[in-house]
Design a protein around this ligand. Sequence first.
Ligand code: HEC
Ligand code: HEC
Length: 144
Amino acid sequence: MKKLVTLAALLLLSACSGQQTQATNQAAAPVNVQSLAGNHVVTDTIPAAEMATYPKKGSAISRNFAAQPPLIPHKADYSINRDRNSCMSCHSWDKAERMKATPVAKSHVIDAQGTLNGQNYFCTQCHVPQADNKTALVGNSYKM
Ligand code: HEC
Ligand code: HEC
């Protein structure tokens, strides 16, 4: 008998919750989401995006606010892995001058020899490349 009551209660509960979800579904307004690809149908052939081009070699991009990690004015697909940080082959304190690159900031090192702080190892965690031929995907009205 006890089992039967429990079963009946369970059935009633599931029936109720079922009705509830239906009611919520009916009330929900349609959501209009605009994808980044615009109004293209999935089967459309969309022309490939332009390849990124970067500012003339050797020029830094001006910063927009104090303490901004400067934008990378060149391609940034150099490998950064456990054994090797390719960015450091130009930006380390001992190589920067020869490579005509700015040495990593003082805030990135732990001694006078320019040993990189482990917390600054993954450069692209903070620095992003800035191509100059790309149209913005989203608007930006940021002001200082
Ligand atoms: C082949 C050498 C080379 C490599 C490798 C390289 N860079 Fe550069 N980088 C440069 C040069 C040259 C400049 C332009 C001069 C400057 O502003 O430092 C520059 C500029 C920058 C700047 C702008 C500095 C500023 O003051 O505005 C950042 C940030 C930067 N690089 C980050 C990186 C990161 C992150 C990597 C790895 C993904 C990397 N670089 C790999 C040569 C290199
Ligand atoms: C945790 C975020 C962070 C990481 C990781 C990081 N940076 Fe930076 N970087 C900054 C910020 C913020 C600045 C500007 C303020 C300053 O100079 O400390 C900066 C400044 C720089 C500058 C300009 C220095 C100058 O004197 O103008 C260079 C070059 C640079 N970083 C290269 C690198 C490279 C290469 C790596 C990887 C080895 C790296 N950064 C990792 C945040 C970061």
